[in-house]
Design a protein around this ligand. Structure first.
Ligand code: CUA
Length: 335
């Protein structure tokens, strides 16, 4: 039910920067390893000298006797100035190289570049994804919290370019196995690129404190083989299926204030403050990864969102049991 359980069941290992699955995450891992190694060597030398001195030059049994005092040593002073300068110089070089590798400006979309462009908007407390362009073709639909991306091949890469924005306060988009942490700042656009080397579910987390539910602003990236991804893409682009069996529930949905915040493409619900619900049931989780998405959890969520995610922007609407049942029956058809 809670964040920790969801994470634990899918493996906290999935959040490790030491198991990269994308070029920029790899650069960051390599840099971290090098910095750790250099710091490790310095630690061993410094602690070694300290222990050696403690053991060999500690206070002797002859109380009151001071050991010989030595002042000044040019060679040692040169050594302890030159060595750190050299280390800092190496760190500057490797860090600059890693920054260069990680911070690629997004290229102009072209019809043959196989790239996917998505605009990511951080919101209190969920993620909005607008699919802009894929393979040079315009898309323009919106979904939330679960980002689907393609996995390319060696000879046909599928880079994913994300434009990061915020609708309210600062957030930070961080999927450790795919890329470095990048802030979503109001009034500004930052870019990050992913290029997963294998299919799978990659987890992430908002990494900038953004209010009461900051900890429950999880990111799920589903990296899929190209054909599966394209199937998903085609399905998501469709408008909602109109099932006459749930016409009453649909009526209830459209007549309630749901429509002020939510959109269901193909209906008169065009709100944009909350997640797009056109394919709500194609998502595995609710409330930005807090709980699995099932009829029971959906019922709990619609009944009282504040109980599931206190302070979230969705209020409880106090529907009658009858209206709520019908409304949920309708939501369940949004596959
Ligand atoms: Cu969004 Cu922390």
């Amino acid at each position: 039910m809670n964040t920790l359980l969801v994470l634990a069941s899918e493996g906290a290992k999935n959040l490790s920067i030491f198991d990269p699955a994308s070029p920029s995450a790899e650069s960051i891992r390599n840099l971290s390893m090098l910095v750790l190694a250099i710091c490790g060597v310095i630690f061993v030398i410094v602690e070694g000298v300290l222990c050696y001195c403690l053991l060999n030059f500690g206070r002797s049994s002859e109380k009151g006797m001071e050991p010989p005092q030595v002042y000044g040593s040019k060679p040692i002073e040169i050594a302890w100035t030159a060595a750190p300068a050299l280390i800092v110089f190496i760190l500057v070089l490797v860090t600059t190289r890693a920054l260069w590798e990680v911070e690629t400006d997004p290229p102009k979309p072209q019809s043959d570049d196989n790239a996917l462009f998505v605009t990511v908007v951080g919101r209190q407390w969920w993620w909005e994804y607008t699919y802009e362009i894929y393979d040079g073709k315009k898309l323009g639909f919106t979904t939330s919290n679960e980002l689907h991306i393609p996995v390319g091949q060696k000879d046909k890469k599928r880079p994913v370019h994300l434009a990061l924005k915020s609708a309210d306060v600062c957030h930070s988009f961080w999927v450790p196995r795919l890329a470095g942490k990048t802030d979503c700042i109001p009034g500004r656009t930052n870019y990050v690129y992913l290029q997963p080397s294998q299919p799978g579910l990659f987890l992430g987390q908002c990494a900038e404190y953004c209010g009461a539910q900051h900890a429950n602003m999880m990111i799920r990236v589903v990296a899929e083989p190209v054909d599966e991804f394209e199937k998903w893409l085609a399905h998501e682009q469709d408008i909602a299926v109109d099932d006459p069996q749930v016409a009453q529930g649909k009526g209830a949905f459209l007549s309630q204030s749901c429509v002020n915040c939510h959109r269901v493409r193909g209906t008169s619900a065009v709100g944009t403050f909350g997640p797009d619900l056109t394919h709500l049931m194609s998502r595995k989780t609710l409330a930005s990864g807090m709980t699995a998405n099932s009829p029971e959890t959906l019922r709990g969520w619609v009944t009282d969102p504040q109980k599931v995610k206190p302070s979230c922007l969705m209020p409880a609407f106090g529907l009658t049991d009858h209206d709520r049942d019908q409304l949920i029956d309708y939501l369940l058809t949004l596959k």
